[in-house]
Design a protein around this ligand. Structure first.
Ligand SMILES: C[S@@+](CC[C@H](N)C(=O)[O-])C[C@H]1O[C@@H](n2cnc3c(N)ncnc32)[C@H](O)[C@@H]1O
Length: 387
């Protein structure tokens, strides 16, 4: 029977995943190694495993296939063979709103607790509606692109002509269904940057001036560097990261975006860097800190299952140490932009409070940018001015 084929394929993918790589990378490798799986098999296996992890630790004592049937029912509006076979009572409700589906699951499984989907005790940042956040975890976030205001109408028209449903969120931000094959529709990659909408909104805090010298000190592959450049193209930039490979990607993205005037350096901000940086003085520092990433777990639901909460404390140590190390290279009166993609208070407001206590900084403003109402990530951003 075909359902047994689905069950076996899911069980094999689940057994193959050890959490060492992000799930999407693991699946690429897995499917390459299992060439007998056709495109339909791959699609179903991906849907099942993502749905499965979206259930977090809820109903964790049930057998995996029963959990999968419930998860797949909650995450999708069309019926899968596994849900039809293993949780047939739910079949009629599959197209209903998520709150109704949750109530139904609870009626069938009284031990089901929505709170177990995100099983962490750490307090959340100010203003988060926990219920809305938890419900958002059952929905795959959108794909967002940032475009130049002048290019937006053309790009939107091209996407729509290719049958893509496009939402215009601002003069520069478009939301697209996840999985949109952008490269196949818009061949000139200089015309857009893939960047989550909440991440784009952090740019409201940067306020760079022409000819300023800014340092993106945890630049990775340059998402925030490209954002600040789009806000003020005459900004001079130093981009650094402890990972040299990320800076290689940053360079490729900069070249593709036609940006030539920038410096990049591999720098470990847990070390003393006076030898390299003693003569540097910046007009602004972007600190997009290493963090738990809890605000992005709608995209990487495997983390709901695998993240160990004690690791938050390690990230907090890193965040404080990096901020303490960079601040001496900032000019007085100029901003440190502290950002995380976490929703934990410990990594956000509490780090800001610590920095205000320890360093010559005053807080201009801070905010948790809620993505969960918008099929986007959630991000925290604070603008701190050096006294
Ligand atoms: C949240 S990511 C930055 C994302 C990036 N700003 C963007 O917009 O795409 C945090 C980065 O901090 C870097 N990092 C972690 N520890 C570091 C350290 N000790 N010194 C410098 N960078 C570090 C990581 O390699 C990672 O690339």
């Amino acid at each position: 029977m075909k359902v047994h084929h689905h069950i076996r394929a899911f069980e094999q993918v689940l057994a193959s995943y050890d959490g060492k790589l992000p799930l999407h990378r693991h699946l690429i490798i897995y499917f390459k190694q299992h060439k007998q799986m056709g495109s339909s098999d791959r699609r179903w296996a991906s849907r099942y495993i993502y749905s499965y992890f979206r259930l977090g630790k809820a109903l964790s004592s049930l057998p995996a296939i029963e959990r999968l049937a419930i998860a797949d029912f909650l995450c999708n509006t069309d019926l899968s063979l596994i849900t039809e076979h293993t949780f047939p009572a739910a079949a009629e409700l599959v197209g209903k709103p998520i709150k109704e589906k949750i109530a139904f699951v609870k009626s069938q499984y009284p031990n089901f607790e929505l709170e177990d989907v995100f099983p962490f005790d750490s307090e959340l940042s100010d203003g988060i509606d926990k219920q809305a956040f938890l419900l958002s975890l059952f929905v795959q976030p959108d794909l967002f692109i940032r475009v130049k205001e002048t290019h937006l109408p053309t790009i939107k028209a091209r996407l729509e002509a290719a049958g893509v449903t496009v939402k215009e969120l601002s003069d520069t931000t478009l939301a697209l269904p996840n999985g949109t094959k952008l490269e196949q529709i818009i061949d000139d990659q200089r015309l857009y940057q893939v960047q989550d909408s909440s991440s784009q909104k952090t740019g409201d805090y940067f306020l760079p001036n022409a000819y300023d010298y800014w340092w993106d000190c945890c630049a990775a592959s340059g998402g925030k560097s490209l954002l600040i450049h789009s806000l003020e193209s005459k900004v001079k930039l130093l981009a650094s990261d402890v990972r040299e490979t990320s800076l290689g990607n940053l360079q490729e993205r900069f070249i593709l975006a036609g940006i030539k005037d920038f410096q990049k350096k591999t720098i470990d901000l847990l070390q003393n860097n006076d030898q390299i940086l003693h003569h540097y003085e910046f007009d602004g520092i972007l600190l997009d800190a290493p963090c738990s990433g809890a605000g992005t777990w709608g995209r990487t639901p495997e983390m709901l299952y695998l993240f160990e909460e004690h690791k938050v404390a390690n990230y907090v140590k890193l965040q404080k140490a990096i901020a303490e190390n960079v601040i001496k290279y900032l000019k007085s009166g100029k901003p440190l932009i502290y950002m995380t993609c976490s929703i934990f208070r410990k990594e956000n407001e509490e780090v800001v409070n610590y920095l205000l206590d320890k360093l010559p900084l005053k807080l201009e403003k801070m905010q948790l940018i809620k993505g969960y109402d918008n099929k986007a990530d959630s991000m925290f951003v604070a603008r701190l001015i050096k006294k």
